[in-house]
Structure formats: C-alpha cells, structure tokens
Design a protein around this ligand. Structure first.
Ligand SMILES: C[S@@+](CC[C@H](N)C(=O)[O-])C[C@H]1O[C@@H](n2cnc3c(N)ncnc32)[C@H](O)[C@@H]1O
Length: 380
C-alpha cells in the first residue's frame, strides 16, 4: 500500500483484491488442488470477496464443488459463513441443495461458533451489509424496534380467505403480520405438547407472553380443564383494546398484566403465583438477545421439574441455515441454564403461498417448524 504517494487512491488497493478474489473463486470452481488454493490465499486473495456475476464467495464455490475439506480450510482461514449470493443463498444453502450434509454441517457449526462468540462478547448486531441476510439485523422499523412497535397502529382484520390477521404497517406502505391465522397449527401442536399428560392438568398455572390474535390463549382456555390461573402479559394498547372488546378481562382465572414482560419478570406480581406449570412466549420486534434474556428467568418462573416451557421458534426462519443456527444456539443456551429441550417438527408448508401471505411480508418461509418443549433438568 503506497498511501504516501500523491497519486494514491484507495481504489488502487481494491483492483488487485478483486482480481485475486475472482482468481480464487474460479480456481476453486475448476477443482484445482487445495495446495494451489492455499497459494492463492497466501498471496493475499480475500476470502470475503463475492464475484460480480453471481455474488458468490470462495465458500460458496467450495460448497458448489462439494469439497468438505476445502470448506473446513476456508472457514479456518476466516471465510464468512453467512455471506449470501445474489439469489440470497448462503454457502450452507448450496451444500444443502446438493444434500451434502457433511459440508453443510461444517458451515452450520461455524455459524454456531461465531454467534456464540458474538453473544459472549455482547455484540448486539452483526455486520449488516446490503447483500447479507444477518441473524440480528439493525431494524429500526416497527418490526424490529419495540419502542417503534408499541407506538404503531395495529389493524385486526380477516383476509379474503378467512384468515385472521393482526397487521402492522412498517412504512413505505409495507405491511407485516404480527400474528396470522396460518400459525394456528403451530399453536395447537404447542399447546398439545405443553399440556398432554401434565401432572397438574386439573389445576394449571399458565403464563403466556404476547397475546397477538389470542390463538394460544384460546387454546389454553379450551383445554378440558381450563387453567386455574392464566396470566397474559401484553403491552400494545391496540391489542389490549382488542382483548377488552373480546371479553378477556372478564374471563375466570385470567389476569392480564399490561406492559412488557421486562416490566414484570422480576415482580412480586409474577412470583406471587409460586411458579408456573406452563410458560409460553411469542413476542414481536424482539431479537435473539431479548429471547435469551427471557430464558435466563425460566429457572425462577417455572414451578418445578414437571413444568414445561415453549417459545415461538421463528428467528431466522426465511433461511434454512440461519434457522438451524438459531435452533442450535437456543438449545445450547437453554441447556446451560438447566432447561433441557425436546424438539419436534411441524409441517407448515403452505398449500398456497399467495393465500397465506397476501399483503404481508413473508417472515416464515421454511416448510418445517421446529417446536421446542423445555423442562428443568434435575440437579444431580
Ligand atoms: C406474535 S404475537 C403473539 C401471538 C400469540 N402467540 C397468538 O397465539 O396469537 C406477539 C405479541 O407480543 C406482544 N409483545 C411485543 N413485545 C412484547 C414484550 N416485550 N412483552 C410482552 N409482549 C410483547 C405484541 O404486542 C403481540 O401482541
């Protein structure tokens, strides 16, 4: 780098990097030996480079030629696990499309390690380049910021296919469903797994965070034995008004705590119940660090070893690799907190994508929902 030259321009550094990056990607795609590739990297070829034509990185190229050893090497050299090409595919997605599970797992595990490390360092946001889907995007719209969300107007509506929706406008005329009727199946399966053969079935104390359309709360109320105590935490004024209108404040055994879970999680109001048999959380506009903060309270909020916990596992759910990474990270974090999770799959592939999403931004595009049921591990 000749920064002292009067004719120096930062572009002088970029051109050789681009040439080397293109050369590296092409060499990988041509199937050259690992030694040849190592040599190119040693001359300074950037692993972050994504080519002009398709936006693929050296890691994508390694996934295309299904070379697990090379993938492992590139990651050890600092290749970016979550870079996406022009079609929004990660190298992990490429490996998955070839059913190359070995290569996919190497990339997935790199993602888990990177995200755990970021968590340890308490970094709130990963790099947010325009071409990358990231696990924690810096979203300041009402779908990514609680403050903005709580002051935005919500619309309860039914679409032309009869689907109930709680809709939020996020600017530029774009809309996103805060909660949509198609998720009913997930809620049904969740309540079934949370309540089936529960030793306290006749006298359940249930805590639900986030009312939305009230799908899960209705399911709890419709159990053969409705909960003796059913606490719902909900902060949004429009949701609270909807709950008032639909009679929730008058229901037997139901207590509505008006505010965010963060306002109540350490309060006598919650501790007064002496622990809950079932806890569910499904909020909006919160990221993984918020979810993790909630996880940390579970040992105090769950009544005992028979108690069960679940959460809406929807983060990263527009990309198979990111969803897998989130699922693993939450599993590891919960395990650390003494909560053992059993995962099961719910088929949520839509019969008709257009009918499901209508005007809403698509926030869950994978065919399988991974449903978590957690319980405290006995201390041995
Ligand atoms: C996706 S909806 C919940 C849907 C619900 N599980 C159902 O079955 O209809 C999310 C809800 O969480 C609420 N919410 C958002 N942030 C919250 C927070 N910090 N604490 C509690 N609730 C929150 C929203 O107002 C919204 O009503």
């Amino acid at each position: 780098m000749q920064t002292d030259s009067p004719n120096y321009s930062p572009l002088d550094d970029i051109e050789p990097a681009v040439l080397l990056g293109e050369h590296l990607i092409n060499t990988i795609l041509e199937g050259d030996s690992i030694d040849a590739i190592k040599e190119i990297i040693a001359t300074g070829a950037p692993l972050w480079y994504q080519n002009e034509s398709e936006g693929i990185s050296p890691l994508h190229a390694a996934a295309y030629i299904r070379n697990t050893a090379l993938t492992r090497f590139l990651i050890s050299e600092g290749a970016i696990w979550n870079a996406v090409d022009n079609l929004k595919n990660t190298a992990g997605d490429i490996a998955l499309s070839f059913n190359d599970i070995e290569t996919y797992t190497v990339i997935r595990d790199a993602g888990i390690r990177a995200e755990l490390l970021l968590g340890l360092l308490s970094i709130k946001e990963t790099l947010n380049s325009s071409s990358a889907i990231v696990l924690r995007a810096a979203d300041t719209t009402a779908s990514g910021s609680t403050d903005a969300f709580l002051t935005s107007q919500l619309r309860y509506t039914t679409d032309e296919h009869g689907q109930d929706i709680c809709m939020l406008t996020i600017g530029d005329g774009k809309e996103v469903g805060v909660m949509m009727g198609w998720e009913t199946e997930i809620m049904q399966e969740t309540v079934r797994k949370l309540s089936q053969n529960h030793p306290s079935a006749k006298n359940l104390k249930v805590l639900n965070v986030g009312f939305g359309l009230g799908i899960i709360d209705n399911l709890f109320q419709n159990l053969a034995d409705p909960p003796s105590h059913h606490v719902i935490i909900e902060p949004h004024p429009d949701v609270l008004a909807h709950m008032k209108m639909s009679g929730w404040y008058a229901k037997n055994g139901v207590k509505i705590l008006e505010g965010k879970w963060q306002d109540f999680v350490d309060s006598d109001e919650l501790f007064g119940y002496g622990g809950f048999d079932i806890i569910y959380t499904d909020t909006f506009s919160e990221d993984y660090s918020n979810l993790y903060r909630f996880f940390e309270h579970l040992p105090d909020l769950l009544q005992g070893l028979d108690s069960r916990f679940s959460f809406f596992n929807g983060l990263g759910a527009t990309n198979a690799l990111f969803y897998d990474v989130y699922t693993h990270i939450s599993d590891l974090h919960l395990e650390d907190l003494g909560v053992q999770v059993k995962w099961s799959d719910v088929d949520v592939a839509p019969d008709n994508k257009l009918e499901r999403w209508g005007e809403s931004r698509e926030y869950f595009t994978l065919p399988i929902y991974r449903l978590p049921i957690g319980r405290m591990k006995p201390i041995v």
